[in-house]
Ligand binder design. Structure first.
Ligand SMILES: [Zn+2]
Length: 292
């Protein structure tokens, strides 16, 4: 067995040695879709001519590890297009390495397409626009807790099957909306609002781990689910929470109920998603291919 492994390593090293003279055997990369709107989610599939120990997708400063299928020559991952990403061509690179350290690369070209975003005019309690000084500390603590949660995702995919809508009601068309509060432009809306009566159950759209569960100044009763590999989904303004941080949840499991807590103008679910820091349309997750 030991000899067999050494032999295999020797073969891989010799492949690397000839690679200096012949062109590198390139990875075959498929982006679905290859044209993605701002806020879109892209499935990346890379296949290698031989098994690899690791594979990362390189996007400028970002390095996104992809997960291998059994066998180690096919890798799958998600790439998120932030809703404020600049439209145009985006050159991505896949860098793989086998057990002997031989590098395999493959380019991928993504076209980011501009998307139209609505403008929403809202009237809210002025204390949410200019929070009172005594709340500053709490708001900063909330911000740090969210940052800690978003840094907690591991390399394993925790979800399988398909993503489902988290509650009853039609998701609003307000993803990425420019928000004008009390007559002044304040922010962009990084999620979709689903109007539902207070108390309507909210369910996990797929399996994952509870990365954050608590009460926050702006988002009220909130749950952040980590689905692994940097994919997070979020549920804000909840009336009550049925999970706590660290819990593992399965698809369809109740995590809370629709409410109007935090900065909310009425009962609704604020539903949002992130893929490795990119703020994406949570509804884009519903059309991802089924994973085993
Ligand atoms: Zn919202």
């Amino acid at each position: 067995m030991r000899t067999g492994r050494l032999l295999l390593a020797a073969v891989l090293v010799s492949r690397g040695a000839v690679a200096g003279e012949a062109p590198h055997p390139e990875l075959k990369v498929t982006l679905s879709p290859a044209r993605a709107a701002q806020g879109g989610v892209v499935e990346v599939v890379a296949t290698s001519p031989w098994p690899l120990a690791s594979l990362v997708l390189v996007d400028g400063e970002r390095r996104v590890p992809l997960a291998p299928d059994a066998g180690g020559s096919r890798f799958v991952g998600l790439y998120g297009v932030d809703f404020e990403a600049v439209p145009g061509e985006r050159k991505l690179l896949l860098e793989g390495r086998d057990a002997a350290g031989v590098e395999v690369t493959g380019p991928a070209l993504l076209r980011v397409v501009a998307r139209r975003f609505v403008v929403q005019r809202l009237t809210v309690d002025p204390r949410f626009l200019e929070p009172p000084p005594e709340e500053k500390e709490r708001i900063e603590r909330d911000r740090q807790e969210f940052a800690r949660a978003f840094a907690s995702s591991g390399p394993d995919r925790l979800w399988s099957g398909r993503f489902a809508k988290p509650t009853e009601g039609t998701p609003g068309r307000n993803f990425g909306a420019r928000r004008v509060y009390n007559g002044r432009t304040r922010s962009r809306h990084a999620g979709r609002d689903i109007a539902s009566p207070s108390g309507t159950p909210v369910a996990a759209p797929s399996s994952g781990r509870v990365a954050l569960a608590g009460d926050f100044y702006f988002s009220g009763g909130s749950v952040v689910l980590d689905h692994g590999q940097g994919l997070f989904t979020m549920y804000f303004h909840l009336l009550c929470l049925d999970v706590k941080e660290g819990d593992l949840v399965v698809a369809g499991q109740r995590i809370g109920a629709v409410g109007a807590t935090g900065r909310a103008t009425g009962p609704h679910l604020h539903w949002a998603a992130r893929v490795l820091g990119a703020r994406v349309d949570p509804a884009a997750l519903l059309s991802l291919p089924r994973v085993p």
